[in-house]
Design a binder for this molecule. Structure first.
Ligand SMILES: [Cu+2]
Length: 171
């Protein structure tokens, strides 16, 4: 076989493999349901208020979660974070945001703590203990899968406005 012919074959095979990979990638890429896209362009800046009560005692939610950690290195807060111990979770994103990025599990992952219906910060729902959650006073069974809804704003004076008020109770 002449060198030119070999090169043609090799190029042909590479092109075919590329096309096949492209088709495969498109066919298997996860589809984001329209309802799961919260924001497409620009900035999203939402808030939620979180309280955690363990055995009747409020757990302090530290300042600067997600600010100097791996998700917001160099004091550049991104995604879900706190700025004080008020329990306010700030959700700041730019561009495409999906519901998955607003779930409580993301905040707990950034914080480095466990949270599900089975455990909260090392406290497990065993031996008669229970973990319950409310959002604006209503029982909620989504637990770590709850995606904050953000609606409304809060002011730094502490007025929660219409943001989600999430209470997780272990007892
Ligand atoms: Cu904020």
């Amino acid at each position: 076989m002449k060198t030119g012919k070999i090169i043609s074959w090799v190029v042909g095979i590479i092109v075919l493999a590329g096309v096949a990979w492209g088709v495969y990638a498109i066919a298997t890429s996860p589809k984001i349901a329209e309802g799961d896209i919260i924001n497409r362009t620009g900035e999203l800046h939402w808030h939620a208020h979180l309280s955690i009560v363990v055995d009747g005692k409020p757990v302090e939610i530290p300042t600067d979660i997600g600010v100097n950690g791996p998700m917001g290195a160099g004091g550049d807060p991104m995604a879900l974070h706190t700025h004080d111990t008020s329990g306010i979770i700030h959700a700041e994103f730019f561009g495409m945001v999906t519901k998955d990025q607003l779930r409580l599990k993301e905040f707990f992952k950034i914080w480095g703590k466990d949270f599900s219906k089975d455990s909260i910060m090392g406290h497990t729902a065993t031996d008669g203990h229970t973990i319950t959650m409310t959002v604006n006073g209503e029982p909620n069974t989504d637990f770590e899968n709850y995606a904050i809804t953000g609606q409304g704003t809060y002011d730094s004076g502490g007025d929660l406005g219409k943001v989600d008020d999430i209470v997780i109770t272990y007892k």
